[in-house]
Design a protein around this ligand. Structure first.
Ligand code: URA
Ligand code: SF4
Length: 242
């Protein structure tokens, strides 16, 4: 089988939602399509972006310190740890989730529980590694019982993410689920309607897609296919603009 056919077949398997690709397969496709994850290959673009990272780091540290002592909403009372977000601060892609769950609250890191495992699969299916992208949340402290954060709490905490986005300046944002999509796009539309179409936040394209927890709960071919369609649109956008 020719190279092209093989890639087409892998895409076909993905299209029908067979599974997310293994990291090896994803890497192969990435190479075929010449998608360049930030900072993995030392291109000029990457080096240019690297140069500004010392100040980026300093600014992000300052925001993290604010979050660490934040009492702006009641969620500080029950948190074990705040979850600031983590990853490549020069990333092309920033994933935005809702709020920390139990495991995230325990570890102080985003998407490290079951949903995190699914998110990692999504990232690797795109040909990236977790450390190539930046992962953050709208809300930095865990809502007790994993309740959906209220609009008031989202509004109170969102400025921290706004600052993170302004500093990191990713080329594209991926909004995971209702809370992230509605907050970034300032709308009450639901994810089912929003997903698959680029919106915009401060001049940055936003692709809303289903939250990995939703994918776990609804592990059906249409849902997986939809997520993969959305992620492919992001890859195409990055490819067009590189
Ligand atoms: N779900 C989210 O939205 N964010 C996390 O960090 C973990 C689970
Ligand atoms: Fe502050 Fe956000 Fe935590 Fe509320 S959720 S205490 S606003 S950091």
């Amino acid at each position: 089988m020719g190279k092209k056919r093989k890639v087409e077949q892998l895409f076909f398997l993905k299209e029908i939602g067979v599974n997310f690709l293994s990291p090896e397969e994803a890497e192969k496709i990435r190479r075929e399509l010449l998608i360049k994850p930030a900072n993995r290959e030392k291109g000029e673009e990457t080096q240019k972006r690297d140069k500004i990272s010392p100040s980026k780091e300093k600014f992000l540290k300052e925001i993290e310190e604010e979050v660490a002592s934040c009492k702006r909403c009641e969620l500080y009372k029950n948190r074990k740890n705040y979850v600031f977000g983590e990853g490549n601060i020069n990333a092309d892609i920033m994933f935005v989730g809702e709020a920390p769950g139990e495991e995230e609250d325990n570890q102080g890191r985003p998407f490290v529980g079951k949903a995190g495992k699914k998110l990692t699969e999504m990232i690797e299916a795109m040909g990236y590694k977790r450390e190539d992208v930046f992962i953050g949340n709208i809300v930095k402290c865990r809502p007790p019982g994993n309740a959906t954060p209220t609009p008031a709490i989202r509004r109170t905490c969102f400025p921290y993410l706004q600052k993170q986005i302004a500093i990191i300046r990713p080329k594209v944002l991926i909004a995971l689920g209702n809370v992230a999509a509605q907050t970034l796009l300032d709308t009450k539309e639901t994810i089912t309607r929003l997903r698959g179409k680029f919106g915009e936040y401060q001049g940055i394209p936003v692709m809303p897609t289903f939250h990995p927890s939703y994918v776990i709960r609804n592990y059906t071919i249409p849902v997986r296919k939809a997520v993969w369609e959305d992620l492919k649109k992001v890859l195409n956008l990055l490819n067009e603009n590189s």
